[in-house]
Design a protein around this ligand. Structure first.
Ligand code: SAM
Length: 232
């Protein structure tokens, strides 16, 4: 399957295993991951956010209950919300999630904004689990005619070592542990030397539920900086 599907399937497999109730997809674009997640019945709150409001609206109607939903047992518990906003800004409504996903998002940020992202996601939203995917620069020579980055809007593409050093700093600063993996296999024999095409860090907050509750009660601020686009 194409790489973007493999990345989303990675999240879906994680959701099947961990069964989070509140899931937030950052940089959700046209909501394609959310559309697949809405069939996972443990999920009670599914939220998407993106800086690009037009992109967000383009296909959001597909998230609404459809005739075809009746072919699958419906999920009465499910609430869906879409926000337009930036991952560099805090919004109190997005705190306390079980799972936050950031699929091919951070490489679109300047390094200064990546620091803000780290602070907002790990320091403020404080979800239990976070999945971050980003291109692995070391894999690029395997693309035919490769020159430079994979996309003109990418501000950087990290080697495995660079991704690891960012991720480990996040863990130290905000109290998480991380496992490294990825999707998109190199040809046989080259996996070790180049790694996965998309590298993935799966972060887990140390200290569990209690740590979150303490933080939550602590900061009594109610910051709403995002715009609610859709409430289903
Ligand atoms: N996550 C989707 C996926 O897996 O297909 C889309 C990834 S797309 C390459 C990157 C997305 O990040 C775009 O939709 C873009 O609008 C969004 N984005 C870029 N900067 C952002 C920011 N500061 N805050 C929120 N979203 C942002």
């Amino acid at each position: 399957p194409p790489l973007h599907r493999q990345r989303h399937q990675f999240v879906i497999d994680f959701v099947k295993r961990i069964k989070p109730q509140k899931v937030l997809d950052l940089g959700c674009a046209e909501c394609s991951l959310l559309k697949q997640l809405k069939f996972h019945h443990e999920i009670e709150l599914l939220v998407g956010m993106d800086i690009d409001g037009a992109k967000l609206k383009r296909k959001m109607y597909e998230l609404a209950p459809m005739i075809t939903d009746y072919l699958q047992p419906s999920n009465d518990q499910l609430r869906i919300e879409l926000y337009q906003g930036s991952v560099t800004q805090r919004d109190a409504r997005l705190r306390g999630f079980d799972l936050v996903t950031s699929i091919e998002l951070i490489e679109h940020l300047t390094l200064a904004d990546v620091d803000r992202f780290s602070e907002v996601v790990f320091g403020y939203m404080t979800p239990v689990d976070v999945i971050v995917s980003t291109p692995n620069f070391e894999f690029n020579p395997l693309f035919p005619g490769n020159a430079g980055f994979r996309h003109h809007d990418h501000k950087f593409e990290w080697s495995r070592a660079e991704f690891k050093s960012w991720a480990l700093k996040v863990c130290l600063d905000y109290g998480y542990e991380v496992e490294f993996t990825g999707v998109g296999q190199a040809p046989p024999g080259q996996q070790e030397s180049v790694g996965f095409c998309s590298q993935i860090g799966v972060f887990h907050r140390l200290g569990g539920r209690e740590a979150y509750n303490m933080l939550f009660c602590d900061g009594a601020e109610n910051m709403f900086s995002y715009t609610l686009v859709r409430n289903l």
